[in-house]
Write a protein that binds this ligand. Structure first.
Ligand code: FES
Length: 92
């Protein structure tokens, strides 16, 4: 079981949800406060900072790269990534 946790500006966990390994976490992220719009990697509303666990996410999609969210960025679109395993910490 993987886990997605929302952290505050100091990195303290505010809330978290369990996610089945290898799945998207749309419902769980929404419960943590992530706003979804297009759900297709085009609007940017689900953009979050990955504070910890980037290595636990699926690779960046073309739509993320088109938005400039390449390896130099700590940001991902939650509608575009799956959580493969372990813990990821996000800041909204
Ligand atoms: S919901 Fe639009 S980019 Fe993710």
């Amino acid at each position: 079981m993987a886990e997605i946790a929302r952290v505050d500006e100091n990195g303290n966990v505010e809330d978290s949800r369990q996610v089945t390994d290898g799945n998207v976490a749309w419902d769980e992220a929404e419960e943590l406060g992530v706003a979804f719009g297009c759900q297709d990697g085009r609007c940017g509303s689900c953009r979050v900072e990955i504070v910890e666990g980037m290595e636990n996410l699926s690779g960046r999609t073309i739509n993320e790269l088109d938005m400039g969210l390449d390896e130099s960025e700590n940001f991902r679109l939650m509608c575009q990534c799956k959580i493969n395993k372990g813990l990821i910490k996000i800041r909204i």
